[in-house]
Design a protein around this ligand. Sequence first.
Ligand SMILES: Nc1ncnc2c1ncn2[C@@H]1O[C@H](COP(=O)(O)OP(=O)(O)O)[C@@H](O)[C@H]1O
Ligand SMILES: [Mg+2]
Length: 259
Amino acid sequence: MWHAEMVPREETGPEHLPGAVGGVTRIAQTVRRPTGPWTPAVHELLTYLHDNGLRGIPALHGFDDEGREVLEHVEGRGVPIDREIVLDTVLVEAVTWLRDFHDLVDGFRPEGVRTWRGPGAVELGADQIICHHDPGAYNWIIQSGHFVAMIDWDMAGPGRPIDDLAFLAWTAIPLYRATPTSEVARRLDLLVEAYGEWGPMTVLEAVIARMTTASDRIEAGQARGDQGFLNLAKVGEPQRTRDRVAAFRLRLPEIDAAL
Ligand SMILES: Nc1ncnc2c1ncn2[C@@H]1O[C@H](COP(=O)(O)OP(=O)(O)O)[C@@H](O)[C@H]1O
Ligand SMILES: [Mg+2]
């Protein structure tokens, strides 16, 4: 049986891992992350996914003596989305993973209320699944040129599958900045094909809805004093996303014409 305490701290000193929200530390082959009221539901979800054979998620190792959650440190590298556009092959691998995750998580239907970070204590609606809700390329691990894992499950909670696909498209095509229209159309086709459910314009309409919701959630999180959301104010959120969505909306007709 694996215990977090079995990894000697002296082996590799704690290393701060910068993320959007912050507070993540690596110790040897583990990461230690802050917890919150959402943690039990997220752990129940990760355990279900692991037990049912989903690849590409960090193994869960419980809690350490400081009460932080302990997860497997997945070997590889992250994606600095402002400086890197992932290869077509990596985009397709990540979307294929998202489809596998959604197909599997459709069977995860906990009875009664669970507390999730976004909506708080809610029941899973009959027409909903548990989404990742933050499957941006900055939460992917790439190993030897391949997508190998989706990390950062704190935002998981009830939603519609297209919400995750839209969020992924926003950061990985990418749509949040001025990617040439021909590239947007080409990579959107790859994404649509790999997921195999909705056409390109349906996904783009969902992007506007999803990223508007993202801005609203950040604003609400800041208003209720959630430290993770407050940290996002340092990079100008939620106004930064609102401005980007407005700019993207203006490009829609041009992208539509290029499809
Ligand atoms: N399980 C993991 N395996 C490898 N690297 C990780 C893992 N979890 C986090 N990291 C690294 O730490 C960074 C921040 O962690 P993340 O869980 O994304 O937190 P944040 O909420 O701050 O974005 C990630 O961008 C990634 O580089
Ligand atoms: Mg992250």
